[in-house]
Design a protein around this ligand. Sequence first.
Ligand code: FAD
Ligand code: SIN
Length: 523
Amino acid sequence: MKDTNFLIIGSGVAGLTFAIKTAERFPDKESIIVTKSSKDESNTKYAQGGVAAVLDSEEDSFQKHIKDTLSAGDGLCDEEVVKMVIKEGPEHLKELMRWGANFDTDNDGKLDLAKEGGHSEYRVIHYKDITGYEIERALLRKVNELPNITILQYHFAIDLITGCLSGSMDAENRYCCGAHVLNERTGNVFTIQADHTILASGGIGVVYGHTTNPVIATGDGIAMAYRAKAQIKDMEFVQFHPTALYDDKESVSFLISEAVRGFGAYLRTKNGHRFMPDYSEMAELAPRDVVSQSIVNELKKHGDSCVYLDCTHLNKAKFLAHFPNIYKACINNNIDITKDWIPVVPAAHYVCGGIAVDKNGKTSIENLFACGESSGTGLHGANRLASNSLLEALVYAHNIYEYLCEHDPKTPEIEVSGWFNETTRAPIDLDLIRQNLNELQELMRDNAGIIRANTDLLKALRHLTTMKKRVEELYNKAEISTPLCELRNMIAVAYLIIEQSLERKENRGVFFNYDNILTTSQN
Ligand code: FAD
Ligand code: SIN
């Protein structure tokens, strides 16, 4: 058993930002960051396009950024949250710069602004095409300077420890006082008891197999919070990025940033037709939901496996200066962007919903906070505007910090039972986990992708119920391991996506169910 003031689960932009702020403000308080892989491994590290913020532009305004966010979110954003994030975000981005994160500037020393889908102005602040890598680098350097932060790498948070404030088990009486954690190197499970627990555990892309996310994105925090009976919302809004580099492996795919379309690239079918103007006045720079749904339509129409991103008309020197990493990845795949079109397809990229939080990042469980991609703040509504998520993570990490500066609720005195380390559990065959994972990912691709239908969703729900039972039985008798816990978590996340998809009766943003059109046209 370990005790700490702040237990932070995840070392991406959200978790690290919160840790730095609290450690600086409260030198006498301790934080533990638990992270299941190496400390830099996260969705944050792979962010390419940048951070959308109105910071250094005469043409742009908060009003325009707010309007674009609301419009991308298709009527389902929480307007107060949108205003707050967009107005407060730039200050936090400046703070990130003071902490040492670099962003590109033009010849006059002004921030170089890029454009992405759904944005009416150039406002995406970036560091080449590796913005996330640079942010993660700067944050980790800062964390290393703070002696009251301990990072436990290769430690997997299994479940939250919750209790009840009064005798009743009602949701509103629940509080959180830490988590059970697996040391992946030794196999030992131990308990961390904390005054405050912050879930900053990121996204869910791996549930679909074919994703832009790294393998850590298995929705653990959302599943843990769900098991602890926290409120989870908007899980049906899974955003598919239109342009993942095509291969036939249905696994983690390299992203070709939307900023490449902002730079002037065209989307074409195999026979060369530039199809996006057929779907939207904004053409290639329509919001992501529109572009991904249009690509799926074109693929169906022509029976093709991918569409193409044409960069051949773009200035090579400028392209190389802005997108050196994408250029290199293309070369490694035998694609010379000056001559060849880049084959691309949509891939699971971002979950717009998550653990429901208020503006202070408070979940429905006392002492449990969430920020970053694992949280559902209401900023994104039915479709996230490109490059708004790093901004959201910065704002909510700050808001939780600020809330805890003003309120330091006393953790109730309770007896926390440690994890029972049984020695009789049998090690599990990794192949068995892999088979189950493949089954789950195929189920989600086939039945809960960009275009959904009730029969498919219901079929998936039945299948998932059987899988859940099978995996729970395994979980109860097998040796605890990260792959097994991740599988269990991904089944829970899949369940939430399917269940909440069935509940949504109208198509909005990234959510499209054929049966909703039929119902609407029959009414
Ligand atoms: P993450 O950065 O994903 O960090 C989560 C952390 O939690 C990781 O350290 C992980 O190991 C840890 N973790 C998870 N589960 C457990 C567990 N059970 N136990 C212990 N640790 C755990 N957004 C933008 O705004 N602009 C962009 O340009 C942009 N580009 C993107 C490009 C790509 C390829 C991808 C995948 C995403 C992109 N996004 C972008 C989205 C953005 O990167 C993420 O939403 C954001 O970085 C999430 O930050 P986070 O801190 O919430 O989570
Ligand atoms: C990209 O660079 O296209 C990703 C931006 C994002 O997901 O916000």
